[in-house]
Design a protein around this ligand. Structure first.
Ligand code: PLP
Length: 398
């Protein structure tokens, strides 16, 4: 398979790259060489694997969802990332990058967060490694995500409100980049998805690839073969990239990414960067983004907080263009139905993000062949979303 790795400047075809200021160029170079050294170091890998096992709870089970399979008529396995410490795949990446920061001699962590999930995962590893941590978060997001803001505080992290722009994730990323430019000598910027300038999309993908590697081993053991479909939701694209990456060379395995269809594509209120976006530069990389005719970043909507982002990782853009992966959208309402269905049939409350992937299987069910084997990445647990679900059932009208 050609182009499975980007070139040295982080280009997958025309996507990716590093669109940043001079100061950050140096910081990104330093990060690239530190990362390339770290992954060759046996001790680094051993420490990381130990932490993933003892602290985060890896490997996660690959669970045959029998009642869900009966109902949909297709054999479905769930990769249980929801069972990890802090309840989602994000900890795979934050542990990896925090270990890297420590190895680089950095004294302080910073991060951006939208819904607060990445902020909590970063605050967790900051506490674990005893590093001070500041998390940038849009003022509007702070109001919407009180529980995660409180969790970060309990973990000893400072949450810095961002009052600029739309006061949401994209502005928080800009502020975090600004902090990094100023404090680059002492500070490590811990990015939360496979987005941003090179080498972040590679680093985050690699740290998340443990998902796909385990899945491959587990399904071979359970079924004696690889799956026909691998399905994951796509926000920035990290849980899906981590699941897809070890399968890219296995040409028979269909890779399905599911984006937030929000209130419907026609409404303009969605988060479907790959399905509906156009090419452009956002947060230091060339990729598909949601923008208007003048290049202004469009606002997004999804019932799933983690899918509410106007860009997507550049490797996904490339995989889409080469036709190796396929992307679909699922609307809020269908994701919500899938949430109820999995809760009732399997006793698992899925994150609303992961519910999009479940919903795709449910909607697509009539198209599967009799013995098709499907793996869905259950990126997180739904406990964090019960307030949103409650509002959905009982809308507060004022
Ligand atoms: C953050 C999050 C996502 C979306 O982010 P990706 O980088 O696309 O994986 C999906 N699921 C859960 C549970 C999340 O917390």
């Amino acid at each position: 398979m050609k182009n499975i790795s980007p070139d040295t400047q982080g280009h997958w075809g025309k996507f990716g790259g590093k669109f940043v200021s001079e100061t950050l160029m140096c910081a990104l170079e330093e990060l690239s060489s530190a990362y390339n050294e770290a992954i060759k170091d046996k001790n680094f890998k051993q420490d990381l694997n130990n932490c993933l096992k003892q602290y985060a709870g890896r490997p996660t089970p690959l669970y045959y969802a029998e009642r869900f399979s009966k109902k949909t008529g297709v054999r479905v396995y769930l990769k249980r990332e929801d069972l990890l410490h802090t309840g989602a795949h994000k900890i795979n990446n934050t542990i990896g990058q925090a270990f890297l920061a420590k190895r680089m001699g950095k004294k302080r962590l910073i991060a951006e967060t939208g819904a607060g999930q990445h902020g909590v995962a970063t605050a967790t590893v900051a506490a674990l490694l005893g590093m001070p941590c500041d998390v940038y978060m849009g003022e509007d997001d702070i109001k919407r995500q009180k529980l995660n803001v409180f969790k970060m505080k309990l973990l000893g992290t400072k949450v810095i409100p961002v009052k600029t722009g739309s006061k949401t994730l994209k502005d928080a990323i800009n502020e975090a980049l600004r902090d990094w430019v100023t404090n680059v000598k002492t500070t490590y910027y811990l990015l939360g998805s496979v987005v941003g300038p090179h080498p972040y999309p590679v680093i985050v993908r690699d740290f998340q690839s443990v998902i796909g590697e385990e899945t491959k081993r587990q399904i071979r053991k359970l079924e004696g073969r690889l799956p026909d479909y691998v399905v994951a939701c796509v926000g920035g694209g990290s849980n899906s990239m981590g699941m897809f990456y070890p399968f890219i060379k296995e040409r028979k395995v269909k890779l399905i990414g599911v984006e937030a269809g929000g209130l419907g594509l026609a409404s303009g209120k969605h988060g479907a960067s790959l399905c509906k976006g156009t090419e452009g530069v956002l947060h230091g990389a060339r990729t598909y983004i949601l923008q208007d005719k003048d290049g202004q970043i469009a606002s997004t909507h999804s019932v799933a907080p983690g899918l509410d982002y106007s860009g997507v990782g550049p490797e996904h853009a490339h995989l889409k263009q080469t036709g190796r992966t396929s992307y679909y959208t699922v609307k809020d309402k269908d994701a919500m139905d899938a949430f109820f269905m999995l809760s009732h049939l399997e006793g698992i409350l899925p994150a609303l993000e992961s519910s999009h992937a479940i919903a795709w299987v449910k909607n697509f069910a009539i198209n599967f062949k009799k013995n098709d084997l499907v793996v869905v990445n259950l990126s997180g647990r739904g406990d964090k979303d019960v307030d949103i679900v409650e509002d959905y059932i009982n809308p507060v009208r004022n």
